[in-house]
Design a protein around this ligand. Structure first.
Ligand code: C2E
Ligand code: CA
Ligand code: CA
Length: 619
């Protein structure tokens, strides 16, 4: 149980022993002077003072958090020797005074020896290596002394002294056991018997100190079971617990003994590896071990007649001792693990500079996005949509964010963050408001569009206030005629939500004349029957299909199918990302009615859109 508490406990005893020796030691000096054994007593006291100085140095040399394992071991050795020497000095004073039976000093000597034994058995109970030899050292001379008296009462005292030794040992052992048990509970996980988070962090801190002293590397593997919650929810917690125990058995089989495994909580485990002189070796071993674990954990489990299949996501971080604290490495492994989850789980990923940059940028975007609206940094661009005759019939609004620190942040970066943080509601409101104003302005300036498309996020659409918000805005900025030009673009992710609510919101908004378009059509995983339930008016062929038209036959078939399907379902179609004449020709040939893409125009700032519109009108 050599953890922080263990060392700190020993550390605390050092000054206690010093004070317990220096102060009563003066009394012994005085007694020695009274009883004509001053010189040996004085020499003894000098030795006590010297040992105390040594003890103070040992006491001062202790700083658990910055000590490496080797230094800590050396410190412990010194501490052990210090204790032995200290109690040996008390044996010396016993040997000196016990001979003075003419002056009755021997009574004091006997009491001293018993007292010292009691102190040793209680204060050193945390460590067998200390209390066992010390008790032996203290009690043996006493037992021999009683025995040497050679009279009947001497033998009785010998028996008593032996019994006392046994009792003291027994008491120290019991305390030791209790301490060990309490310590085990404090540092282990009750379900799996593995170390717990608290222990692991202490252990990691120790590892880091020795790694930085030796300029070595090690690794952390953070293992998270995929979809464990589903097992727990569907089969019950007993099955879940059983599964976790089996997982632990497998981990223990695979992981070398020199590694430390802990359970961080739930279905999360962490492993710290051995040390390596070279970073490359460390990375290689970490990845190889991870792959091995992934394979092992994927083998099927049988729990209470249930056959369970589960996979794991592992994040790796390399520890080099340069970092400030253990938690930062766990955080890195955690980020790497989430990267695996984001990429579809069941795999391993190693934390690297690129990821670190991405995470920092993500945090930075998240932080600055909060001020983006109030600082008026979000603007809208408008991309023209053209019909088969080449007339501009519509526009799609696309958000743009230019920040003084970050520069231009593309929407694919900040929209998902806005969605995660919930800021999308506020941001979306701003976009709607700006879009509505533009539509009104253009109408007043004689720019007539058949449709005006705005991207709507899932979180916005399902927000309890959304319908009222849109209706209020329509009243403020538009009229019935203009609101019928609105198209809200949604993505297939909406079918993953409460589809009945989504349908309700859509139908209610349709009463205001708003149409709905399925964006990025064909890229999601929703079933056609689900899509069919939605009151859609338009679909947008994803630009990935348009892009692949020239070199992927499957894409051509896909585009043709979408166009046919749309005509059967009486849906309008917009082809996105049209960049070339060849793409346009193909799409036109198969009956696509509306086109949007760089071939005609990029998303344009408001005034440029107006110029483009007027330019095309005049030709
Ligand atoms: P999206 O809705 O699919 O928007 C079309 C994206 O394709 C736009 O990217 C547009 O600039 C780009 N694009 C248009 N024509 C071409 C082309 O010919 N070639 C290529 N390579 N790309 C073309 P953008 O503006 O970067 O927006 C990316 C995504 O961010 C959008 O994809 C949309 O999902 C999201 N987004 C943008 N603005 C908003 C917004 O106001 N609200 C919400 N919720 N999402 C938005
Ligand atoms: Ca869109
Ligand atoms: Ca799209």
């Amino acid at each position: 149980m050599k953890d922080k508490r263990f060392y700190s406990f020993l550390h605390r005893q050092i000054p206690v022993f010093i004070v317990l020796s220096l102060v009563p030691g003066l009394g012994y000096l005085f007694l020695g002077w009274l009883n004509h054994v001053f010189v040996p007593a004085f020499v003894w006291y000098l030795l006590i003072v010297a040992a105390s100085i040594w003890g103070i140095r040992i006491y001062r040399n202790f700083d658990f958090d910055t000590m490496s394992e080797q230094r800590r071991d050396r410190w412990y050795q010194q501490c052990v020797w210090f204790m032995y020497v200290f109690f040996l000095l008390w044996v010396l004073i016993f040997l000196l005074y016990v001979q003075q039976d003419s002056t009755k000093l021997h009574y004091i000597a006997i009491f001293t020896e018993i007292g010292a034994s009691v102190v040793a058995s209680s204060l050193l109970a945390s460590d067998r290596r200390l209390y066992r030899p010390t008790l032996f050292l203290l009690m043996t001379p006493l037992i021999i002394y009683f025995f040497m008296i050679g009279e009947w009462y001497g033998y009785v005292l010998t028996a008593f002294a032996c019994t006392l030794t046994w009792v003291l040992l027994y008491a120290a052992n019991s305390t030791h056991q209790l301490l060990t048990q309490a310590n085990h509970q404090a540092t282990h996980d009750a379900l799996t018997g593995l170390h717990n988070r608290q222990y692991f962090i202490e252990h990691l801190q120790k590892r880091m100190n020795s790694l930085s002293e030796n300029r070595e590397f090690s690794f952390l593997l953070l293992i998270d079971l995929d979809h464990f919650k589903t097992v727990n929810d569907s089969l019950g917690h007993d099955v879940g617990d059983h599964l976790l125990k089996t997982v632990v058995t497998r981990l223990l089989q695979q992981v070398p003994e020199s590694c430390v495994i802990a359970r961080l909580g739930g279905d999360e485990f962490i492993i710290s590896g051995n040390s390596f002189a070279e970073r490359e070796d460390c990375e290689r071993v970490a990845l190889a071990l991870s792959e091995q674990l992934i394979l092992k954990l994927k083998e099927s489990y049988v729990v209470d007649q249930h056959h369970i299949h589960i996979s794991a996501s592992i994040g790796v971080s390399i520890i080099s001792g340069q970092h400030a604290n253990a938690n930062s490495f766990i955080k890195e492994a955690d980020i790497a693990m989430y990267e695996v989850k984001a990429k579809g789980r069941d795999g391993v990923f190693m934390f690297n500079d690129e990821l670190s940059y991405r995470v920092e940028r993500h945090l930075e975007i998240e932080r600055l996005l909060h001020f983006a609206l109030s600082n008026d940094e979000i603007t809208l661009h408008y991309q023209p949509q053209l019909d088969r005759e080449g007339r501009i019939m519509g526009a799609e609004t696309l958000a743009r964010w230019i920040n003084p620190t970050l520069g231009a942040v593309p929407p694919v970066q900040f929209i998902p963050i806005a969605e995660q943080t919930g800021l999308i509601v506020e941001l979306g409101t701003h976009i709607l408001e700006t879009g509505f104003r533009t539509l009104r302005e253009w109408h007043d300036d004689g720019i007539e569009l058949e449709q005006f498309s705005i991207n709507i996020s899932m979180r916005q659409l399902t927000h309890h206030n959304f319908m009222a918000l849109v209706e209020g805005m329509i009243q403020r900025h538009l009229n019935e005629e203009l609101s019928r030009k609105l198209v809200f673009e949604v993505t297939e992710s909406i079918v993953a939500e409460d589809i009945n609510r989504v349908i309700l919101v859509m139908n209610r908004l349709k009463e205001s004349g708003i149409r709905f378009s399925m964006d990025d059509f064909g890229t999601g995983y929703s079933s056609l029957s689900n899509l069919n339930r939605l009151p859609l008016d338009e679909i947008k062929i994803d630009r990935a299909f348009v892009k692949a038209l020239s070199h992927q036959e499957g894409s051509q078939a896909m585009v043709i199918t979408i166009l046919k399907m749309a005509s059967i379902l009486k849906l309008s179609v917009v082809a996105e990302g049209v960049e070339s004449e060849a793409q346009l020709d193909f799409l036109r040939h198969h009956g696509c009615p509306v086109f949007q893409g760089y071939y005609y125009a990029k998303p344009l700032p408001k005034d440029q859109f107006v110029a483009y519109y007027r330019g095309r009108q005049s030709t």
